[in-house]
Design a protein. Structure first.
Length: 512
């Protein structure tokens, strides 16, 4: 009988445990489809429509307002801020209300026995009702918990600042990417319509040259050299066409515009000259070491680690708890059914005292790690700034060379076109000149885009932020105007100044 009872209990326990087991449940196709439809509908919701050709500043404003990478960092700042509120509340004393009902089957009765004679000295008696109600309002303040919570709140406040610096880093990257993508897309809008017919003419010229070569109408060596030149030009045009074709979808992704949106870009009457950076590498280094988000983040991380040291030190101290409570009991045997209580209690964890030296050393090591990491990032920032500056000079020199080459090819094309003698050879020369002129123009425009991309790299490497204040409730147009004013000052060489201008660092990298 005992065996069957044990077996039954075992089966019941097994069935209960199996019913509580958690089985992985993958998302079914219908849920995935619903999620996809919902996400796609919400990706572009609550955005200002694009009603006019986009300037660069409009594109940057839309990127800052609607790009999901930036919006995610904004939400992370909000999340950290709400966690600070929770950490602040944890600093408050504990204030609790308890109420309940207690009942028992038999009376709580007891008797007494003499310790000398071992005889019962009193008959069984009770001093408590079989059912009663109880309630209390208690206030408890633990000074040790308050101190630990205080430093935790300070750490959380620094995490808010870290989240803000990470947001600035995303803004820096957006400026760099929008600078490159916008000018590439602008070039594509202006020159792709010209490229397609010239590419067709070049392929036609190549086919005609092959026919002339087969008929031996021109010297073989000259014909083959001409075909080689045409093939290289055609390959260059096709590569440029492919590069330009992806610029607009990339820009659409940055400004969070639907890929099938036929938005247009503002076309300047003439190609603007790229701005010339007036700051020296030493000035850029100082700006980078002061404004770079990663370096500021490490400063806050060091403060968090230092507060961790203080927090661990506090845990070694004795804890003092001060409880105060107001109580009520419906027990009819009590003389006073309501009363106040107060006291003080201290606790001392001896294990924490023994482990304190190792804990403190670990916390101090975290501080040193944060400080060393900041120094390593500072060196990396200096290298990136100087490399970016040299890339900018290289791009600017390339633009100037491409501009001169474009002028020569334009003049050559005009001279060939003005030639009144039109035979098979001169027609081929005209097509070749037109192809070369367009290729040079594309190279010039591409070089200008590279200059802006290099500028974006420099602005990103020094950590400048053109968008100050809240932008959630600012219109795209108002934000665009603000960005234009700020970036125009940067282009003119009016970069932000340090609070107290530091002396240029002699790193060996900033020597001209």
């Amino acid at each position: 009988m005992h065996y069957y009872k044990t077996l039954g209990l075992t089966l019941i326990a097994t069935a209960t445990l199996n019913s509580c087991a958690i089985v992985p449940e993958p998302v079914n196709p219908q849920d995935r489809l619903s999620s996809m439809i919902s996400d796609r509908a919400e990706m572009y919701r609550q955005q200002e429509p694009i009603n006019q050709p986009l300037t660069f500043y409009d594109a940057l404003a839309r990127a800052l307002k609607y790009n999901f990478d930036h919006r995610l960092t904004v939400m992370e700042v909000v999340l950290q801020d709400s966690q600070l509120e929770v950490a602040t509340i944890n600093m408050l004393p504990r204030l609790a209300i308890n109420a309940g009902y207690q009942g028992r089957q038999d009376e709580l009765a007891s008797s007494s026995q003499s310790v000398l004679t071992r005889r019962q000295s009193l008959e069984a008696s009770t001093s408590q009702d079989t059912s009663r109600g109880v309630a209390d309002l208690s206030f408890t303040w633990n000074l040790l918990d308050f101190g630990v919570s205080y430093f935790q709140a300070k750490q959380q406040a620094d995490r808010i600042l870290i989240a803000q610096e990470r947001r600035r880093k995303v803004i820096n990257n957006l400026i760099k990417e929008v600078l490159s993508a916008y000018w590439s897309a602008n070039i594509a809008d202006r020159l792709l319509p010209k490229l397609v017919p010239v590419l067709a003419d070049a392929e036609k010229a190549l086919a005609l040259s092959k026919t002339i070569g087969e008929d031996r109408l021109q010297p073989v060596v000259g014909t083959l050299e001409y075909q080689r030149s045409l093939l290289r030009t055609i390959a260059q045009l096709k590569k440029l066409k492919a590069d330009l074709s992806i610029a607009k979808p990339k820009l659409a992704g940055l400004i969070n515009a639907p890929m099938n949106t036929g938005f247009t870009l503002a076309k300047p009457e003439q190609t603007p000259e790229p701005p010339k950076l007036k700051a020296t590498p030493a000035e850029l280094e100082n700006l980078g070491l002061f404004y770079r988000p990663e370096l500021r983040e490490e400063i806050y991380q060091e403060r968090i680690s230092r507060n961790e040291v203080w927090k661990e030190m506090l845990k070694v101290l004795p804890g003092l708890t001060i409880p105060i409570s107001a109580n009520w009991d419906s027990n009819s045997f009590l003389v006073h059914s309501m009363w106040l209580e107060a006291g003080a209690r201290t606790t001392f964890n001896l294990v924490n005292l023994l482990a304190a030296p190792k804990v403190w050393r670990t916390a101090e090591t975290q501080v040193e790690v944060a400080r060393t990491r900041r120094k390593a990032l500072s060196v990396a920032a200096l290298v990136q700034i100087n490399i970016g500056y040299q890339q900018y000079l290289k791009a600017l020199d390339g633009y100037q060379s491409a501009t001169e080459l474009s002028k020569i090819d334009e003049s050559l094309f005009k001279a060939v076109t003005d030639n009144t003698e039109v035979d098979a050879g001169s027609e081929l020369d005209r097509i070749h000149a037109a192809t070369a002129a367009l290729a040079s123009q594309l190279e010039k425009e591409q070089s200008m885009s590279e200059v802006y991309a290099a500028l974006g790299n420099i602005y990103s490497s020094i950590g400048l932020d053109p968008a100050t204040g809240q932008i959630d409730h600012v219109t795209v147009r108002a934000l665009s105007v603000q960005l234009e004013k700020t970036l125009s000052r940067w282009y003119a060489g009016d970069l932000p100044k340090l609070p107290n201008e530091a002396a240029p660092l002699q790193t060996g990298l900033n020597k001209q």
